[in-house]
Design a binder for this molecule. Structure first.
Ligand SMILES: C[S@@+](CC[C@H](N)C(=O)[O-])C[C@H]1O[C@@H](n2cnc3c(N)ncnc32)[C@H](O)[C@@H]1O
Length: 252
């Protein structure tokens, strides 16, 4: 079971064990406080975080601090979906596609024009364009679109076979996840599936600096059910090395 990282006792114990992390954490705390004061809601706040992180290092901004890790994390996502039945003729929506850590593999695998990536950060989408160029994927004509919210109103109904969101809800307050659940079913084909990862706690739900959010599985399952969606905890993903958990949403 993961401990409540926001608790003062936990934080003090962690600081005592990791004194080298104190200065970077304080810098992050100061930066995030400044962004919070200057932005009107969570999405605007997180967009500012991404702008700052992307300017420093786009691969670091999506959570990979070495290029090797960036490649490995993309591969892990890709292999899992292919093992679960992703086919080249499927149409895929990737929510929070970042700089295409996994997206570059999906774009390469899917038929031309079948990949659609959205993100709240225009800065990371510009980095995503560099990934497309760097990997010679221009001819696959991927769509990349900045979004303000997760209402998905500009996308056609029953269009996508697969929806994917890796390490996005781990950075999202519950109302953002709820907005997604309220609308994602409309763009999914009847037999489509939507996989997302989240930071799981079996204790008290909490967040760290409003950047990292920890949820109980049953909270997300019940939230999905409220919108007529079936949510299944993916046990086989737990056997892999990734520290987040995965839930699959289907329409019935
Ligand atoms: C940790 S990165 C992961 C990126 C990508 N999924 C991957 O695995 O490489 C999280 C991404 O989600 C985006 N994001 C965060 N909240 C979002 C939201 N509410 N809607 C769309 N994108 C969001 C961030 O801008 C960032 O690019």
């Amino acid at each position: 079971m993961k401990r409540a990282r926001s608790s003062l006792v936990h934080q003090l114990a962690y600081a005592a064990k990791n004194p080298d992390r104190i200065a970077p954490h304080l810098r992050r705390l100061a930066r995030d406080t400044w962004f919070r004061l200057r932005t009107r809601d969570h999405v605007a706040y997180y967009r500012a975080v991404m702008k700052s992180d992307t300017a420093r290092d786009p691969e670091g901004a999506v959570g990979s601090h070495t290029h090797r890790r960036w490649l490995a994390l993309g591969r892990m996502q890709f292999d899992y979906l292919v093992e679960h039945g992703l086919k080249p003729d499927h149409r895929m929506l990737e929510i929070g596609c970042g700089n295409l850590r996994a997206g570059r593999l999906f774009i390469d695998y899917l038929h031309t024009g079948n990949y659609y990536g959205i993100d709240i950060s225009p800065d990371i989408l510009m980095a995503a364009q560099n990934t497309i160029v760097g990997h010679g994927l221009n001819h696959k004509v991927p769509y990349l679109t900045p979004v303000r919210d997760l209402r998905l109103a500009f996308l056609p109904g029953e269009h996508f076979d697969v929806v994917h969101a890796h390490s996005v809800f781990s950075h999202s307050p519950l109302h953002v996840i709820e907005e997604c659940f309220a609308h994602v079913g409309r763009v999914m084909k009847p037999a489509a599936w939507f996989d997302f990862t989240f930071d799981r706690t079996e204790g008290k739900e909490h967040h760290v600096l409003r950047e990292d959010f920890y949820y109980r599985t049953e909270t997300l399952v019940a939230l999905a059910a409220g919108y007529g969606l079936r949510a299944t905890f993916m046990d086989d993903w737990e056997r892999g090395p990734h520290k987040q958990s995965k839930i699959r949403i289907t329409k019935g």
